[in-house]
Design a protein around this ligand. Structure first.
Ligand SMILES: Cc1cc2nc3c(=O)[nH]c(=O)nc-3n(C[C@H](O)[C@H](O)[C@H](O)COP(=O)(O)OP(=O)(O)OC[C@H]3O[C@@H](n4cnc5c(N)ncnc54)[C@H](O)[C@@H]3O)c2cc1C
Length: 374
């Protein structure tokens, strides 16, 4: 059988690796992605604050994939043709249509910066290695004024916002420059809905207060000038330094297939099969689950899809179900760094743990990925 996996982020890489472990040599596994570089996104805040090097956060996937007998094709996915069971790929090593028997869609999501006028001209962001480095250069030159960190509506990525605000506060505290800078975090919702849990939100609120970081809720930024963010209701938030997570939408390669919600996210069931299409699974940021979009969710969904796809090839019923759970560490707060874990399918309260250990645990996780994939 030919198994095609689209996208080599956390979801696609883990799905490919698990399939290589579970399928015999008679099956062909191919991973198609626009870049051979894997980026470990959770480490980009540390890169911006000079606590890691570019080589620690990004590596070439081709050799690891080949060692695991996965073909890697560096190319752009243009169209999926579910009836013909093929995918059109362009601008890469191979061009044309690739046939498949089974497909895993793991293309992440696309920036919707067109919704924020002035985003590219006036905001820093952390969505690739070069941009993290350029944000880092701006931080080095920043000694006084107001720094604003925030998410746009539809960003669903709170962790780097808080980590950047805490990292800046601590850097300025160490240099004795803290009182010259006002640090503001702006949210389109509230702390409780960003962290999805009252206990997690309370821990975060306490840490923000301890570092003198102000929090502004229910402000939807929708345009930027050189020194101000303008909200939907016309409020102006002035800044001297701005790091913003832009809005996102689902991948455009799925948008015409009739399988997505209004934001372009793909409907799947708990086995990670795409609703309404045969032999297609989807995993990671591209799928339609509530709450933040996180790497550990993509990893778990990749494992579930691989197990069920291998079972389907064998003619067996699904063997694994995805349980929607949120787990994250907010690092860069020193002894207050904290971990939140919550089952998003129930109303059970989250588990919240605090202490320097969680900073260390996040770094160990990063190292583990680097060692096992580069
Ligand atoms: C700064 C930052 C910090 C973060 N911190 C955390 C954290 O602390 N904890 C956590 O759990 N998560 C964190 N995340 C979120 C996490 O990185 C994402 O949830 C995760 O990367 C999603 O994995 P994915 O495989 O679904 O998608 P992606 O990682 O986006 O991978 C998608 C892949 O598809 C490829 N692709 C896309 N479109 C095409 C196309 N048309 N043709 C060919 N290839 C294409 C891309 O090049 C990429 O290889 C963070 C993200 C950022 C940006």
């Amino acid at each position: 059988m030919k198994v095609l996996i689209l996208g080599s982020g956390f979801g696609g890489v883990v799905a490919a690796e698990r399939l290589a472990e579970q399928l015999g040599d008679e099956h062909q596994i191919t991973l198609v992605s626009r870049s051979r570089q894997f980026v470990f996104y959770p480490a980009l805040v540390r890169l911006a604050f000079e606590k890691s090097e570019p080589a620690d956060v990004s590596f070439d996937l081709r050799h690891t994939m080949l060692n695991r007998r996965i073909n890697f094709i560096e190319a752009e996915v243009a169209h999926v043709h579910p009836v013909e069971r093929s995918v059109t790929i362009a601008n890469g090593q191979v061009e044309g249509r690739l046939p498949y028997d089974y497909l895993i869609f793991a293309l992440g999501r696309r920036l919707a910066t067109e919704r924020i006028t002035g985003f590219y001209e006036h905001a820093h962001h952390l969505l690739n290695v070069d941009k993290a480095i350029s944000f880092g250069n701006a931080i080095k030159k920043f000694h006084e004024g107001r720094a604003v960190f925030g998410q746009c509506p539809g960003a669903r990525l709170p962790v780097p916002v808080y980590e950047s605000a805490f990292a800046l506060a601590r850097r300025l505290e160490e240099k004795g420059e803290r009182e010259r800078v006002r640090i503001t975090v702006v949210s389109p919702t509230t702390l409780e809905s960003e962290i999805v849990d009252p206990a997690g939100a309370a821990a975060l609120k306490k840490a923000l207060e301890a570092h003198g970081i102000e929090f502004l809720s229910n402000l939807s930024i929708n345009s930027l000038t050189q020194n101000a963010a303008i909200t939907k209701s016309g409020d102006l938030i002035d800044f001297d330094l701005l790091m913003l997570v832009p809005p996102f939408r689902g991948s455009s390669a799925a948008s015409y297939l009739g399988i997505t919600n209004e934001d372009g996210y793909i409907h799947v069931d708990s086995t990670m099969r795409v609703n309404g299409l045969e032999r297609i699974y989807a995993v990671g940021d591209c799928v339609n689950f509530d709450g933040p979009k996180m790497g550990h969710m993509a990893v778990r969904q990749g494992e579930v899809a691989a197990a069920n796809l291998a079972a389907q090839i064998d003619g067996r019923a699904p063997v694994s179900h995805y349980q929607h759970e949120m787990r994250f560490v907010v690092d860069e707060i020193g002894t207050d760094s904290f971990y939140v874990r919550k089952d998003l399918s129930t109303d059970e309260p989250a588990t919240v743990r605090q202490g320097r250990f969680w900073s260390w645990a996040k770094r160990v996780h990063e190292k583990y990925w680097e060692v096992t994939h580069s």
